[in-house]
Ligand binder design. Structure first.
Ligand code: FES
Length: 56
């Protein structure tokens, strides 16, 4: 599933970023060499990050 359309970030990319230490959408995107643009994905990204961290 695509999390961020602007940056073409997939759920698995986001999870990888979380596993390597990212704890916010901004830091996760930065780890992927990207940054939020329109911002629409941020609440969803935040939810996914929280879920991934809870299951780690
Ligand atoms: S969908 Fe992620 S910044 Fe636009």
């Amino acid at each position: 599933m695509v999390v961020c359309v602007c940056n073409a970030i997939r759920e698995k990319d986001l999870k990888e970023a979380v596993r390597s230490g990212a704890d916010t959408p901004c830091s996760a995107y930065a780890r992927l060499g990207r940054r939020p643009k329109c911002g629409q994905c941020v609440p969803f990204a935040r939810t996914l990050i929280a879920a991934e961290r809870a299951s780690a």
